[in-house]
Design a protein around this ligand. Structure first.
Ligand code: C2O
Ligand code: CU
Length: 456
């Protein structure tokens, strides 16, 4: 792939500066190509930076060694090419990639340095779910945007201080529509926005299934009429349009505005025209996983919390902290043993989506309550949701069960191909944990950790 400055039409006929990633075969003017791999694949990457500033390319949700995680330490200087092989060793999921440059992530992701990374596996291919890319398996990369009168995208931060866009765009398109067949349609939703959450729902209030979260399938589909993704989160939904031939439907997002007094407002995401092609006659399988996640026993057997991460900010929110420390590239804040399940306590006085690199975890509780059914699958981001945004200074807590136990981390004693390839990598390059509101991350609400093996 190459990363470059480009011109993109967010609005037909009007060109705007943008950042994009392309391959020799897929030229993108904004964002990057969707990468689709299968569990077990060994993928060779070569990523050239054709821009005039340093970038990094982080693989959000991937269980890969720190040395290829693409965090702030793996800069790709202008003119440089980053080459490596990635052994994919995890279940089917909708992941993504994006820039992670120190203090510049928000801006770089905003202008377009992001893309989707889909993993399939034997299970996902056997489920009979819609999986024809762009036809009945549709990526929805959601962001909010600010445009000037010439439809040039603008980035600046105001109240918060965070970014607030006036419009939601999907896959780089303002006010998009999508033609689908009157059957089952799967949407892979990614919140690649800087700051807002998107509470997706249809104008007609119809129900749909949530089938997967950040790190893979739920045990069973969950029927809802609204599902919310915070920055960094993914959610797969399946909607049944079989009775809707000829219908025009609107997908909306409930979100916040820069003025807390507004409360929650609805914004248009996409119009759906149910009139194209042949439907997939299928049903949503009632069991989505061969190996169910035993959430109840994870909760029952969880050890006591052994690390805590408290997110906070200074008075005017110009500096932000985890455990009272702003991010420092030269400080490794935590070191975590491989193969030992740990409970991490995450707390905050505001609503912050807390993301951990290099793993998937289970959410045990949020503010003392069990998470909603659609949050009981593998996650890499946990949100402390405060509907009215006002905590009166009270700290809200969540507990997550984290374990770094993937074959790629256990290289000394596992003879998989993945282990062999990852053996030579430097295991001491740290992973990040941080708030995924990108301005918060850039202002210091981030820390780093290494993962170590007992025999090292
Ligand atoms: Cu989406 Cu630190 O990343
Ligand atoms: Cu935050």
């Amino acid at each position: 792939m190459y990363i470059q400055d480009s011109l993109h039409e967010f609005y037909p006929g009007r060109q705007s500066y943008a950042v994009s990633l392309s391959t020799l075969f897929h030229r993108c003017s904004y964002l990057g190509p969707t990468i689709r791999v299968k569990n077990g694949d060994l993928v060779e990457f070569s990523i050239a930076n054709l821009r005039s500033e340093p970038v990094t390319n982080h693989w959000h949700g991937m269980h890969i060694p720190g040395a290829i995680d693409g965090g702030p330490h793996q800069m790709i200087q202008p003119g440089e090419t980053w080459r490596f092989r990635m052994a994919v060793n995890q279940e089917a999921a909708t992941n993504w990639y994006h820039d992670h440059t120190c203090e510049k992530t928000a801006e770089q992701v905003y202008f377009g340095h992001a893309g989707m990374f889909i993993i399939e596996d034997d299970n996902s291919e056997m489920l009979g779910l819609p999986n024809t890319y762009g036809v009945n398996d549709i990526p929805l990369i959601l962001q909010d945007k600010l445009f000037d009168s010439a439809w040039e995208q603008q980035y600046y931060i105001e109240a918060g201080p965070v970014f607030w866009g006036d419009y939601i765009i999907a896959n780089g398109t303002f006010n998009p529509y999508c033609r689908v067949a009157p059957g089952l349609i799967r949407f892979r939703v990614l919140n690649a926005g800087n700051n807002r959450q998107f509470g997706l729902h249809f104008r007609d209030g119809r129900e749909f299934y949530v089938i997967a979260g950040d790190g893979g399938f739920l045990n069973n589909p969950v029927l809802v009429n609204k599902a919310t993704v915070y920055p960094g989160e993914r959610m797969e939904m399946v909607v049944d349009f079989s009775g809707d031939r000829g219908a025009v439907l609107d997908l909306l997002a409930e979100t916040i505005t820069a003025n807390p007094a507004d409360g929650l407002v609805d914004m248009q995401v996409m119009r759906i025209l149910v009139n194209a092609g042949y439907p997939l006659f299928a049903r949503v399988p009632s069991v989505l996983r061969r190996e169910p996640i035993d959430w109840e026993s994870a909760v029952a057997n969880a050890p006591a919390a052994s690390r805590s991460f408290r997110m906070s900010a200074n008075e005017d929110s110009t500096e932000m902290y985890i455990n009272d420390q702003a991010y420092d590239m030269h400080v490794v804040n935590e070191s975590v043993p491989i193969g030992v399940p740990e409970v991490w306590e995450v707390s905050a006085t505001g609503d912050h989506p807390f993301h951990v690199h290099g793993c998937s975890f289970l959410i045990l509780d949020i503010d003392g309550k069990p998470p909603e059914m659609e949050l009981r699958g593998w996650k890499d981001t946990v949100v402390l949701p405060l509907p009215d945004g006002n905590t009166n200074g009270r700290f809200f807590k969540a507990h997550i069960l984290v374990e770094f136990n993937h074959p790629t981390y256990r290289y000394p004693d596992i003879e998989s191909e993945a282990a062999v390839f990852n053996r030579d990598l430097d295991y001491h390059i740290p992973y990040m944990y941080h708030c995924h509101r990108l301005e918060h991350e850039d202002k210091g609400m981030m820390g780093q950790f290494t993962v170590y093996h007992e025999t090292q």
